[in-house]
Ligand binder design. Structure first.
Ligand code: NAG
Ligand code: NAG
Ligand code: NAG
Ligand code: NAG
Ligand code: NAG
Length: 401
């Protein structure tokens, strides 16, 4: 918009650059992929330059009738990528202070707060200019993060370090102390044996799945009031203690594929999704799902659950949309709420189809909202389903036996 008012041919280009700096940051926060943001900013530039170009063409058409009559656009180099070197070189020349990017990384001039060092076989941390907010270091072979590596990186908002070879004893104890604005930390697929100390309280999304973590302590996650996503799956955690209780914004918790023998005490009350599959949980505490206000998805497949370990009415809670209890040792269908939509019970030892598990009363307004019901791999067959089921399970579009 600013560009539309410009008259002097070179001045618009500088305005475009300024426009960039203002918007690139905003775009990064509303998209999940920074490379996508670059495309967006490039489009922005193109529009901007095209508008400026019109003015320039008006200006130049008087001076350069010959070059235009040849059909050659004098500003083509600015917005096409036919000669990328020239294109980037020109923009970089306009971008002040672009010389601090380490050789092994890319710092696109179009997105000056991001640095891409992913998938380059790095074994050590590159130096990080202080302007960087989004740092991509995934898919390398980095083993250590010494305190000195991040002294200048105090503006980091995203730090992507998944698929490296980080070991807990090679992460400096002060590394995270200065990253006070960090919101996303991806550490999945490394060799960590514990959650790094002093993680920033500002974190919103912490992914540390596929490591070798054995223990999570309350101090590890203390004060993370904004944490909404926590991926801890595929580690070796046997006890969570009360480490999760204080996470008041947590909506997605994945601790599947660990060594839990019981459900963690004191789960955060605002969870939407709770994934506990592939552990060794054999029983559930009384009122286990009673305290949640927004819980919709509960996955507990591949545990050791038996009928005896599940108190009556554990799953008869409204609000639940999906319940996965497949690959356990259940002999009966547990009582579920009429509002449940998807129930997975395949590969248990269920011997009887109890319609009362779904409907205690059946009439015009009382019926089950169940759409998906899987009972295959149990000890019943289709003939065990009573004909009255059609009334109770009138919304079920898929029943597998
Ligand atoms: C941090 O910044 C200072 C001053 O710009 C520089 O001398 C130093 O090498 C930087 N350190 C790292 C690890 O990037
Ligand atoms: C990380 O773990 C993998 C597999 O568990 C192993 O092959 C590799 O040597 C480990 N790397 C380090 C640096 O410990
Ligand atoms: C959580 O987010 C809010 C709003 O963005 C912010 O004001 C607050 O400081 C954050 N809390 C922490 C612990 O960083
Ligand atoms: C499930 O809970 C509702 C209300 O909380 C109750 O009316 C209903 O009888 C319960 N279902 C069974 C089968 O106990
Ligand atoms: C279900 O049946 C009970 C008892 O017949 C009735 O009071 C209630 O209004 C019905 N509808 C719903 C949605 O619970």
């Amino acid at each position: 918009m600013q560009c539309g008012h410009l008259v002097v041919p070179l001045y618009p280009l500088l305005m475009c650059k300024a426009f960039y700096h203002q918007t690139s940051d905003k775009i990064a926060t509303i998209t999940t992929e920074a490379s996508y943001s670059c495309v967006l900013t490039k489009i922005t530039l193109k529009i901007c330059v095209t508008m400026a170009m019109r003015l320039v063409l008006v200006f130049l058409s008087a001076l350069l009738p010959f070059s235009l009559s040849q059909g050659r656009d004098p500003l083509a180099w600015l917005y096409t990528r036919q000669s990328p070197g020239y294109y980037y070189g020109s923009v970089q020349a306009l971008t002040a202070g672009g010389g601090d990017c380490p050789e092994e990384c890319d710092c696109p001039p179009t997105f000056p707060v991001a640095m891409y060092c992913d998938g380059r076989g790095l074994t050590a941390m590159p130096s990080i200019p202080s302007r960087i907010k989004y740092l991509y270091l995934q898919n390398n072979a980095i083993t250590a993060v010494p305190d000195s590596a991040v002294v200048n990186a105090t503006n980091l908002v995203w730090l992507m370090m998944h698929h490296n070879q980080l070991r807990s004893d090679a992460i400096g104890t002060k590394v995270f102390l200065k990253l006070e604005g960090l919101e996303r930390l991806y550490l999945q697929h490394n060799n960590l044996t514990s959650i790094p100390p002093n993680l920033p309280r500002s974190l919103r999304d912490l992914r540390i799945n596929h490591n070798h973590i054995e223990k999570v302590t309350p101090a590890d996650l203390e004060g993370m009031d904004n944490l909404t996503i926590l991926y801890l799956h595929d580690n070796a955690v046997s006890d969570m203690g009360a480490s999760l209780k204080a996470l008041k914004s947590l909506t997605l918790l994945d601790i599947s594929g660990n060594k839990l023998t019981k459900v963690p005490d004191a789960l955060p009350e605002h969870l939407h999704q709770l994934y506990l599959e592939s552990n060794s949980i054999d029983s559930l505490p009384e009122g286990f799902l009673g305290g949640f206000t927004q819980l919709q998805y509960v996955r507990m497949a591949r545990n050791q659950l038996t009928d005896k370990g599940i108190p009556a009415n554990t799953f008869n809670v409204t609000g639940l949309v999906e319940l996965d209890l497949s690959f356990n040792k259940l002999e009966r269908i547990p009582i579920v709420s009429t509002t449940l939509q998807h129930l997975y019970l395949q590969a248990n030892q269920i011997k009887e189809f109890t319609l009362g598990s779904f409907c205690s009363i059946v009439d015009v307004t009382n019926f089950s909202k169940l759409q998906t019901l899987r009972l295959d791999g149990n000890e019943i067959d289709r003939r065990d389903i009573p004909s009255e089921s059609a009334l109770c399970l009138r919304q079920a579009s898929s029943i597998e036996v």
